[in-house]
Design a protein around this ligand. Sequence first.
Ligand SMILES: NC(=O)c1ccc[n+]([C@@H]2O[C@H](COP(=O)([O-])OP(=O)(O)OC[C@H]3O[C@@H](n4cnc5c(N)ncnc54)[C@H](OP(=O)(O)O)[C@@H]3O)[C@@H](O)[C@H]2O)c1
Length: 341
Amino acid sequence: MLRCAVIGATGYTGAELVKILLRHPRVQLEALTTRQETAIPLKDLVPGVSKKSPLEIRKFSLPEIKRKADVVFLALPHTEAMGTAQEFLRAGKIVIDLSADFRIKSASVYEKWYGVKHRAKKFLRHAVYGLPEIYRDSIQKADLIANPGCYPTAACLGIAPLVRDGLVELDSIIIDAKSGVTGAGKKLNPATQFCEVDENFYAYKVNRHQHTPEIEQVLSETAGDNIHVTFVPHLLPLNRGILTSIYMKKRGSVRVSDIRKSFEKAYGEEPFVRLRKDGEFPALRNVQGTNFCDIGFTSEPDEDEVIVITAIDNLVKGASGQAVQNMNIRCGLPEEEGLLG
Ligand SMILES: NC(=O)c1ccc[n+]([C@@H]2O[C@H](COP(=O)([O-])OP(=O)(O)OC[C@H]3O[C@@H](n4cnc5c(N)ncnc54)[C@H](OP(=O)(O)O)[C@@H]3O)[C@@H](O)[C@H]2O)c1
């Protein structure tokens, strides 16, 4: 059995991670942590946990977790995770970090977008970006996996095959994304309170969201050329899910059949990416609570545009499900283990 710990188990991604790991047949949950002094019975936080379960979320203790766990998931706010990650990496643990702290390769780019000094620079070059559909081979050997952001997962899966195969103009990418409110985390924030969100819909951080450099880094690596994107996030009055509409200009005489071939080549064997039939497009209802990314696209023969629509659950494929997928890959387990119904 794999001995796992979840640091920050009281947050949205932490609790989702615990739910998935509890039903994983090869995982033993050894430690669940909080900053709070008083232990929280897991059954009070995660619906469906047996009333007899002895599991508790307890105050973080580094020596105890070092002793008990082999794989450590960090579900902490960005800028907080990097310090904790270092401690576990030095102790020889496999660290899967759900925060943004190790996703951006350049410390100066991270510092510009996140507004703090990077305190674990020496580990940046060891970090592998945990998007299995693109970086699976590197994930198999990584001790520090930087689990992708929710928006970058939804955007990159819809764009990467087309830039890799040279089917779209690299300077033409516009990403219009909408997220449910759990994407903002559990901490108090006036902009995400019920009265602000209910019956409302708005764009925020227009073309200055911190996920922009992450999307650009992945797409630039995939294309082998610098890519700049226009990225506009919106807040949906829903609990969970991200729907992304992506607009790109086709190159030269590219046909819709070329686009389908490119997606099929990239994702035909992928367990968690589903391509919709021609004329069908993803809906949040079909991905909520799952680790799937659904993709649909369209392109008229006499128009120069291709439109790709992707949908994921931000807490599953956009965070905790993808983290477990990465653990399975890294630890040599079947990739779907614990993630399918
Ligand atoms: N939400 C998403 O859809 C999503 C998707 C992808 C990635 N992520 C990333 O995953 C990480 C966790 O996100 P989340 O949405 O689960 O956040 P969250 O709901 O706010 O939970 C974060 C948890 O971290 C703990 N914590 C420890 N030190 C903290 C500190 N100094 N300040 C605040 N909380 C602290 C808190 O637990 P205690 O208060 O009990 O100590 C809290 O429950 C973030 O880095 C986020 O960017 C989130």
